[in-house]
Design a protein around this ligand. Structure first.
Ligand SMILES: Nc1ncnc2c1ncn2[C@@H]1O[C@H](COP(=O)(O)OP(=O)(O)OP(=O)(O)O)[C@@H](O)[C@H]1O
Length: 317
């Protein structure tokens, strides 16, 4: 996916200005920034789902789509959404149809894009998809309505729907924010496994710097509707160039563990941005590291920058 000079605004307000970036197949890119910086609008613009009265300019190209997504017709976009490009939103309840069994909702998206020959086959594949996102008793879960599932289970269904047509690009906007701590780690694991299996590009929006360091290879920092800094996680978190990035790091709860396992933080204080040694693993600070450590299995095989454990921000430190 290639985004060039993306502008988003209303008649009298510029909300996003001149945003350009690319995400390659198999690449995982994070988008961070304070509330209101324009992260969600960026994702919505890519999907052609901007609110009434908000318009996009510039160019968004998607390999295999054959047209510019900016300015594409609703008919063209409906072929892309949920198919070549899919999204997981923060709140699963709003993404699901409350009066339809979840198995049918997964089947529906496959039938809509012609990925399954008939309803019976689609329904069977839907159960397999629900098993892949590790819903307990997927046969039974398929017959459930959204309100009969927990928040974490609902978000798994949303992910199953998003992955059902093997998208080339998966957009995630704070997909774990509404979930409790352990469930968050499982969800990250499922997202990572899902994109890795499909060699899909991932754009991951979060306010949690440790999550972005855990999930992504590159990060883009958004401020006031612009991308003010971007680069590999290690580089941006170790040597932030923009004062806003430095501020974000200073205000975060992160700690860094270097290659020798030494912890680079002073208890009770925030690690000073720019002072993390090279090769550090980043995570959120947690007072009871070993007990509270949440393992994300798919992350443990990701090489020297692997993050064996992840400490959610909400942990009482
Ligand atoms: N429909 C709209 N009309 C006018 N302004 C809007 C509209 N939707 C969003 N905005 C403004 O656009 C800016 C960017 O909003 P956006 O939701 O993208 O921020 P964000 O970085 O995703 O924040 P958060 O982390 O809180 O979700 C904000 O200033 C917001 O008030």
């Amino acid at each position: 996916m290639s985004v060039r000079g993306l502008d988003v605004g209303t008649d009298n307000l510029d909300l996003i200005r001149d945003v350009s970036f690319s995400v390659a197949a198999g690449e995982r890119v994070g988008l961070i920034g304070e509330s209101g910086s324009g992260k969600s609008l960026t994702a919505l613009a890519l999907l052609g789902l901007l609110p009434e009265g908000v318009r996009a300019g510039g160019s968004v190209r998607l390999a295999g789509a054959g047209f510019d997504l900016v300015g594409a017709s609703e008919r063209q976009m409906s072929k892309v959404r949920g198919n070549r490009m899919a999204m997981v939103f923060q709140e699963p309840m709003t993404a699901l149809n409350p009066v339809m069994q979840v198995g049918d909702q997964v089947a529906e998206v496959m039938l809509l894009h012609g990925r399954q020959p008939d309803r019976r086959t689609a329904r069977r594949t839907a159960v397999e998809m629900l098993a892949k996102v590790r819903l307990p008793d997927p046969q039974r879960a398929a017959r459930a309505y959204p309100h009969q599932l927990s928040g974490g289970q609902r978000q798994r269904v949303v992910l199953a729907i998003a992955l059902a047509n093997d998208p080339a690009v998966l957009l995630c906007d704070e997909p774990t924010t509404a979930l409790d701590v352990t469930v968050q780690a499982h969800m990250l694991d499922l997202i990572l496994t899902g994109v890795t299996e499909r060699d899909a590009a991932l754009l991951f929006i979060t306010h949690d710097l440790a999550v972005v360091a855990t999930v992504c290879q590159r990060v883009m920092v958004m401020y006031g509707g612009r991308i003010v800094e971007s680069g590999p996680i290690d580089e941006v978190f170790t040597r932030p160039r923009h004062p806003y990035t430095r501020g974000l790091l200073d205000a975060s709860d992160m700690e860094a563990v270097d290659a020798r396992g030494r912890l680079h933080t002073i208890p009770g204080t925030v690690p000073a941005a720019g002072r993390f040694p090279d090769g550090c693993v980043f995570r959120n600070r947690c007072a009871h590291a070993t007990q509270q450590c949440v393992h994300v299995p798919s992350l443990e095989s990701q090489g020297p920058r692997a993050h064996a454990c992840w400490h959610p921000v909400e942990d009482p430190a």
